[in-house]
Every structure is written in C-alpha cells, then in structure tokens.
Design a protein around this ligand. Sequence first.
Ligand SMILES: Cc1cc2nc3c(=O)[nH]c(=O)nc-3n(C[C@H](O)[C@H](O)[C@H](O)COP(=O)(O)OP(=O)(O)OC[C@H]3O[C@@H](n4cnc5c(N)ncnc54)[C@H](O)[C@@H]3O)c2cc1C
Length: 386
Amino acid sequence: MASREARKPRILIAGGGVAGLVLALAAKRRGFEVRVFEKDLSAVRGEGQYRGPIILHGNALAVLAAIDPDVARQVLAAACVTGDRLNGLADGITGDWFIKIDLLTPARKKGLPLTRSICRMTLQDILLKAIGSDTVHNRSKVVDFREHQNKVTVILGDGREYEGDVLVGADGIWSKVRAKLFGWQDAQYSNYTCYSGSVDYVPSYISTVGYRVFVGFNQYFVACDIGCGKMQWYGFHKEPPGSKRKRLLELYEGWCSEVVALISWTSESMILRRDLYDRDMIYTWGRGRITLVGDAAHAMQPALGQSGCMAIEDCYQLVLELEKAYVKCDCHDKHADEIALAIARYERKRILRVGIVHAVTRMAARMSSTYRPYLDFRARMPIGRS
Ligand SMILES: Cc1cc2nc3c(=O)[nH]c(=O)nc-3n(C[C@H](O)[C@H](O)[C@H](O)COP(=O)(O)OP(=O)(O)OC[C@H]3O[C@@H](n4cnc5c(N)ncnc54)[C@H](O)[C@@H]3O)c2cc1C
C-alpha cells in the first residue's frame, strides 16, 4: 500500500575514511538516517604513528562549508594555510624553481578558502564528533551485501546484518562493494613506492614556500608545511624493499640541501613506506540502490592532492541527488525507482570532472618522475669544427 508519509532513504556506508565520514555528515545534515561501518578507525594513524596530513584545496573546503559551516570552520582553524605562499615545481637537484603556482589569486577571485594541510587524525576527530558516535560502527567489516526489490542488506564479518535503502561503498581502493558489483579487478601498481616522514624542522624558506614538488628522473620528492613547526615530506621512487632513511639518502644523494636536510633530520621510526596503486577510470559506479564514492570509485595517485578532494565533492553531489529523490517521491513504493535515478544522476554529474582530474593526475605523476635535461650543455661541441 502506498503511504502518504514519505520516509527519507536509510543510507548504509561501507568505510569510514574521508569519503565515508563526509558522506555521513552531509546525509545527516539533510535528515537522512545513516550508518557507517568501518573496519578499523585507528587505521588513519597508519602503523600506530602519525600518518601525515591531507591537503585540502579550495574546492573541497568550499564543499565542506556547504555541507556544514561549523565543521568547515573547525577544519580551517585546525589546518595550516599553504595556499598564500609559493607552491609549485622545482628541480630536485639544483632546487631551482620551474613553475610557481599562484593559488592565492584564483581562490580570492572565486571566494574560495585557501589551500591548507591538515593532520588526518585531526580531520577524522572533527568529522566523528560532528556525526556522532552512534552513527559510526567501528570494528565492523563489511564482507557482503544482498540486494532486494525494496532494500539492501549489509553483512558484517561477525554475522550482524543491517538493512537500508541505499548502500554506498566508501571502502577505498580495495573496495569490497566495488568487487561485488563489478567483479574483482587488480589495482594498477604505479611502479612507485612512497616513503614519507614528518619532522620537527622549520626550514629557512618557511615563510615563503607552502608546498613544493621537486621533480627528477624515476623519482620525485614533495615537501609541505603542516604547521606547528613540522614539515611533511614524501619521497617517490621505483623501489625494491630495503631500509628506509639510509636508502633514501642514497636515492637523493646529490640533490639540493632542502631535500637532503628533511630526510636527514627525520628519525627512522618516523619514516613510512607505502606502495602506490591507482585504478583505471570506470564510467559506471553503481547499480540500482548501490553506488561508490571516493577511492572505491576512482582511486588516483597523490600527485595533484585532489583524490580526497574529489571524494568530498562526490559526497555532496550524492546527497543532493538523494534529497531530490525524497522530495519527488511521496510514496514508499516509488522509492526504489527514484533512488536508482538519483544515483544515476549523481554518477552522470561527477564522472566527467573526476575523469579529467584522474587523467591529469596520472599525467602529473609521470611528468614529475620523468624529468631530466634533454640536452647536456656541459659537453659543448668545439666551436669552428664540424
Ligand atoms: C601518500 C598519499 C598522499 C595523499 N595526499 C593527498 C592530499 O594531499 N590531498 C588529497 O585530496 N588526497 C590525497 N591522497 C589521496 C587520499 O588519501 C584518498 O583519495 C582518500 O583517502 C580517499 O578517501 P576514501 O575514504 O575514499 O578512502 P580511504 O581513505 O582509503 O578510506 C576507506 C576506509 O574504508 C575502510 N574499509 C575498507 N574496507 C572495508 C570493509 N570491507 N568494511 C568496512 N570498512 C572498510 C578502511 O579502513 C578506510 O577507513 C593521498 C594519498 C596518498 C597515498
């Protein structure tokens, strides 16, 4: 029987990373009933240590402000502004700038917040507090789901089951939801390992430089101010397993002092290593009442610092579309169709933009790691001889 009393769809979210938590926040603020299932909230700390920051550009920060102005204010206050200083690309060996990117002028013109770096744990704390602990089920691994005509059931590793109207896979690059939807596909190894470290170190250039990518051949290096007298760095390299700091100093031997100093001052235990994967772009993210957001949908390499920002944008768009489904639909029986249409609209509206960022990210990763002078001017031809 059709009921006049429309109920907002209940949203089940697999994964409580950036995408899962931002989606939960956006959906709750619009009055949806939400449950997040996260296998291990402490994973954001990475090997039990400070895992480092995430850079949020103006696009993602503006979306956060549209979702919840108070959360956005907390994020802006806790983060370190890098977008008001020099950012760009430099030669890894000489340290000379290639490209200085002005992030300040376009942000001001568009009225966007300035790019910032924020500790992932701080971001997680702010989001969790705003969402409420009753919404997030920690130590809850999603192992399967079942689709029915009028609902979807999520199955957890310990046998618990939960019903909802929509299931969103926000479970990252190794997404279980995606694997069940489309079959298991291997992620693509980028051929790069990423060492990273954070260090209590205030370089002399701190007041003028926010974020710099030092480019090289088969390796590149990123340095970023994260505030409170700390610097974060990432060293990317084609790499067999081995020890960390010693190996890094070998890899970056002869590079400029800005790079070598950061590695030298970081203790072995504060250096992390992670192999980088991404996935080819796919152009369908869901089926019926199930869809994907963030890395589950479109995992990218970190070369542009936009992958997490795209996840935040996904969440906003998805909730807007689900909201429209609820407004349109005055009876429960029509929900299934409206939900499927809303999810299809969400995908259509996101895929072109994300596809472009995905392609440019791969190009940027390649560009940063294939730089070497094409002509060696030191070996001059003797003048006057043929
Ligand atoms: C070195 C590095 C630096 C980066 N820097 C930036 C940056 O500066 N700016 C930026 O925008 N992006 C950056 N990124 C990318 C960014 O980290 C990701 O795009 C972002 O974390 C994606 O968020 P997500 O929630 O989709 O996935 P994830 O962050 O991977 O979260 C997925 C969550 O799902 C959980 N999970 C997985 N499987 C299950 C399951 N079966 N059941 C329940 N829970 C599950 C996981 O525990 C995890 O908490 C960087 C990436 C790397 C590797």
